[in-house]
Ligand binder design. Sequence first.
Ligand code: GRF
Length: 196
Amino acid sequence: MKRVAILISGGGSNMVRLLDSMTGDHPARPVLVLSNDPDAGGLARAVERGVPVAAVDHRAFGRDRAAFETELAAHLDAVAPDIICLAGFMRILTPAFVDRYAGRILNIHPSLLPKYPGLHTHQRALDAGDEWAGATVHQVTADLDAGPILGQGRVPVMPGDDAAALAARVLKVEHQLYPAVLRRFAAGSRDRLDLG
Ligand code: GRF
């Protein structure tokens, strides 16, 4: 049984779908939900589901990113995760942290990478007049939003969409994509999954 830790910064809607997917004959189970924000709404949703939680407030470390990540690693190493899922986690991880967990970190990004790494992905897709948008689950490497792609979910951009409307449509496909990719990854598959 693979042990999964999930890192969040906010409401954790992707985290909830991942937690709720790891049942029955699923080859993984959650062992920790960890946030950089002690007030993250997702922490309460994990507690409701009986999953251990922890928070390391990145603001307490100022610019000392290494010290913050040392704290994160202590919480992670205490539960010995086989897989770490970033789910709405909004801190950039240093190459040292990524190397420590090389090959075991997944992230979901709200664009069809390699298009639009970084922030404001939906507005950028609208500004470019793209017909399609979506989300990508990829392995995390030292280069931001650039690791090997494990899956993508595609949605149409509709006339009259603003960033909020597009974000809501993309989030729905995120909630299908991430659990499906995690299940395959936990089962040892690295085959790419494409939805929509
Ligand atoms: C989502 O758009 C996700 O792609 C991004 O963070 C946003 C919020 O995710 N990584 P969640 O609701 O906190 O899971």
